[in-house]
Each structure stands twice: as C-alpha cells, then as structure tokens.
Design a protein around this ligand. Sequence first.
Ligand SMILES: Cc1cc2nc3c(=O)[nH]c(=O)nc-3n(C[C@H](O)[C@H](O)[C@H](O)COP(=O)(O)OP(=O)(O)OC[C@H]3O[C@@H](n4cnc5c(N)ncnc54)[C@H](O)[C@@H]3O)c2cc1C
Length: 395
Amino acid sequence: MAEKVDYLIIGNGISGLSAAREIRKNDESGSITMVSSEPYLTYYRVKLTECISKNFSKEEFLVNKEDWYKENSIDVILSKIVEKVDFDNNLVKLDDGVLIKYRKLLLAMGSRPFIPPIAGKFKKGVFALRTLRDLRYIQDYFLSCKKVTVIGGGLLGLEAAWSIKQLNKEVNIINRSSYLLSKQLDEELSRKLEKKLKNLGFNIYLDSSAEEILGENTVNGVKLSGKEIVETNGVLISSGIRSNLDLVRETKLNFDKGIIVDKHLKTNLPNVYAAGDVAEVEGVVLGLWTAGNEQGKIVGSNMTGDNKEYTTPKPYTSLEIGDIKLFSAGNVKKSDKIYEYKEGEDIHHKLFTTNGTITGGILFGDIKEMFKLRKAILDQTQVSDYLKDTDIEFK
Ligand SMILES: Cc1cc2nc3c(=O)[nH]c(=O)nc-3n(C[C@H](O)[C@H](O)[C@H](O)COP(=O)(O)OP(=O)(O)OC[C@H]3O[C@@H](n4cnc5c(N)ncnc54)[C@H](O)[C@@H]3O)c2cc1C
C-alpha cells in the first residue's frame, strides 16, 4: 500500500527546503514530505569549503533545527534514496521498497561534482567536496598530508585551496586556462591575483590539466598535460558540477544538462516541477545557492496554485582570500572603452563601457563599491552618471 502525500520533494538541499517553507506558508494543512539520501537535515552546503580548516559541529551547519520541521508539520525521510518515479501513476519508490503517492512532485535532487576522466582518479587520497560526509573524510585525510593539489582553479577551487593552506599545507593549484578566473577577470588583473597568490605560497600551474594521478594505490603525484609531475599526498578535484539526472533518464521527462523547466519552473509533465542545481532554466544550470533558494520560493508558491515567474539573475563574483579581495560583474571581455583607477600595487578597478553605458566592472583590492557597481551594471547606467556619483576617480 502506498502512503499518500500532497507535496513530495525529492532532495532536501536549499531548493527543496525553501519550496517546503513556501508551500507551508500558502497551504496550512497539505501534507509535505521531503526525502533525502543524505543523513542530515538541510545544511549550509556553502560553508563546506571554509570548514576544511575548521572544527565544526553538525548543528552549526543546519539551516533549521529539528523543531522547525515538527512545528511546520514537514516530514523528512533521511538516508533513503528515491529509486524510481512512475510519472503516469504519481508514485515514487524508495530504496527500502516504500511507495509514496504524490499529488504534486518537486524534483530537487541537486548535483554532484564533475570528475574529469583522469587516469588513476579512484586512488586513495583523491577527493571532491559536495557533502558533510565528504568534508569529514577530506579533513581526516589532509591532516596527515604535507602537500595537497587542487585540480581546478575556479572560484570554488581557489577558496578550497585557501582553506587547505590554513592547515599549513603546501598547496598546488592546477588550472586549465592560461590565466586564473579567466571568465571573471581580464588578463592584467588575473596576473595581479596570481602574483598575490604566489606570494602567499601557492604553487600555480597554468595552461595545465591533470593527465594522470600517480601512485600505487595511494596518490603520490599528478602528471600534468605538459608531462611535468607535481608531487602531492592528496588531491581535491574542483572541476564543476553535473545535475543528478539518474532518476529521470529512462522516463518521459525532458532533460538536457538539467531537467528542463519553463519560467514557472514546471517540467513537461503535469504536477511535476524542478528547482535548484538539477533544473535547467533558459538553457542554463546555475548551480548557485542563491538561485536554488529563489527557485525554491517560486516553485513552492506555484505548487500551491500561484503562477510566479523566475527571472534568471545576472551573475556576479566576489572572492576573499586572506587580504585579497575582488569583485567582478557583467561583461568584462567586450567593451569599447575602459575606465581605470589605481592606488599603488594593491588597488586596481576597471569599468567596462559600451556606447557610454556600464556593461561590466572589476574591483580589485577594495570591494566596498560592489553593490553600487552591480546595480549600475544591472540598471545599464550611463558611465557619466556613475562617475559623478562615486568617490573613486576613474580615468
Ligand atoms: C563546497 C561547495 C561550496 C559552494 N559554495 C557556494 C558559494 O559560495 N556560493 C553559491 O552560490 N553556491 C555555492 N555552492 C553551490 C550551492 O551549494 C548549490 O548550488 C546548492 O546547495 C544547490 O542546492 P540544491 O537544493 O539544488 O541541491 P543540493 O544541495 O545538491 O541537494 C540535493 C539533495 O538531494 C539528494 N538526492 C539526490 N538524488 C536523490 C534521490 N534519488 N533520492 C533522495 N535524495 C536524493 C542529495 O543527496 C542532496 O542531499 C557550493 C557548493 C559546494 C559543494
């Protein structure tokens, strides 16, 4: 016999949780069940990186305490995998054989780390960070390492490298492109970042990809595409994400990089919605905490009968590593004029403009103006107006 629920949510990441919260706001009595393969209530996944080098308790991580779920009559089934969804009969099957019949279904299964096809990637000492459980293994293992290598020099890779450095390890960063953060920075500012990171003691390998993880059973080195060998005792792979699509592959649900949803976050099947890292909106899987939170709100509301639209946010980046601070937003690759401000070696800002409008910007060294700059880019502000309104003397 199948248990019956009004709202079933697969996944209890931030998108699943914020949907549950919104459903409860709009529907006081409908039954809500969340199922998660992880053993924890929803936690701040975004805190995992900084916690590589910190002691932490599980409680510090939780978004809501256990009482909140009771007070809001939200059932959470932990440590259970949804094995099958029968979309024709509104039925899911858990890995212990339990059947649940739903009225409305939210697919919020999130994503997992993308592990490139590197020879030797299954050797002991090679990790990727996605869950609290991963964090505990990584912390344990890296403690006894002298040298650790991070494969992937994107934002998360750099933040992880910094966190590992706090454990007094020698840290190598392997980056595929010829300069760091090549999407967010121009080459000049990226070189400044690189110099600062080198001064902090990082070994940086640019234009390089990991070809092979070396060592008998346990990693002791990484062979790079240029054949150079980087000695290491541990590896953290930070090469992006892939949506968790296994559950829907052999079904009628439309998916590509993620589950394809319309602007109301509805899939192609009736009463089935998707949000967060598993959802593809306008051809993009955003893979961001803030996006998962916002999509959860919209989808939760729509599952109770609203018809709200999700607007894809304009991305921006901020990074703080020790005293290195930078912010980037908009298009920093194409412009017809660049305005700059420099203060010594440490501060360097750039405004990228097209036809007199601010289309992108980078703040390097001092990010106090980041909200103002972001707003100017979003509002397509005329550069002349922006310059009148800022204390920074751009030239
Ligand atoms: C280390 C790290 C640092 C990050 N830092 C940032 C940051 O600084 N800023 C930012 O914006 N974003 C950051 N992110 C990304 C952000 O955490 C994610 O975008 C967000 O957590 C996605 O939420 P979600 O609800 O879509 O999915 P998830 O949080 O992935 O949750 C999905 C849940 O569903 C479960 N699940 C999957 N399949 C099944 C199944 N079949 N049955 C049952 N349960 C299932 C999963 O186990 C998981 O618990 C970071 C991510 C990581 C890993």
